[in-house]
Design a protein around this ligand. Structure first.
Ligand code: SF4
Length: 207
């Protein structure tokens, strides 16, 4: 991990679109941190520290502003696991630069500073026992559907978070995507409060 006051950033990129969940299709820029506390086998993100940069909060905010040429002023904060590094100093710098911050977290860690929208994307079969969901106030829950996630798992999240209004099931885009999509549609068909999320950015070919 970098020294206090700096953040290990894998990439900052944009302008692009948010491809998943409630805000899919919205213009934004992305802040991707290095490092994750889980190791999901189908993870499609390179979050290794190799090649990451140690940046100050001010430098991150400046880069976001420079990339956000259309002034979406929406930053998607992701990783890796962004809650490992997101703190009050960075939240303040991003807010002062005019950005709304949306975070995607695996939900196993409490946030050290607030965000404007929190997507919890739990990875139940990759959580060791000690890493139960601790996120307290998700804005949406988005579950990647693979061969392992069960209907009981989805129902269990709704019991865990009765206050959440937005539920998304997203087929895993590995080499069994068609199978996962069919299963996702079946699960949604039996659970109308869940909605389909697809990785729109992959379908339209943007990062
Ligand atoms: S929690 Fe997310 S970033 Fe971390 S290993 Fe799993 S899919 Fe990858």
């Amino acid at each position: 991990m970098p020294q206090s006051g700096s953040y290990l950033v894998k990439e900052i990129f944009g302008p692009t679109i948010q491809g998943e969940g409630f805000h899919s299709g919205r213009a934004c820029v992305f802040l991707r941190f290095a490092v994750c506390n889980l190791a999901c086998t189908w993870c499609d993100t390179d979050f290794r520290p190799q090649g990451a940069e140690s940046l100050s909060a001010e430098a991150i905010a400046q880069r976001l502003v420079a990339l956000d040429v259309a002034k979406s002023r929406l930053v998607v904060v992701t990783g890796g696991e962004p809650s490992l590094q997101w703190d009050a100093e960075l939240a303040a710098a991003v807010a002062e630069a005019g950005f709304t911050a949306h975070m995607e977290s695996n939900g196993t860690r409490r946030l050290h500073a607030p965000v404007d929208w929190l997507t919890v994307s739990p990875k139940p079969h990759f959580h060791p026992r000690s890493l139960e969901l601790v996120a307290t106030d998700p804005s949406e829950i988005k579950v990647v559907i693979d061969d392992v996630v069960s209907a009981e798992t989805l129902d269990g999240y709704q019991q865990r978070y009765p206050q959440v209004r937005h539920w998304f099931a997203q087929p895993c885009m590995d080499d069994r995507h068609e199978h996962h999509l069919a299963r996702t549609l079946e699960l949604i068909g039996e659970r109308p409060s869940w909605r389909l999320s697809v990785q729109l950015h992959k379908l339209v070919g943007v990062p």
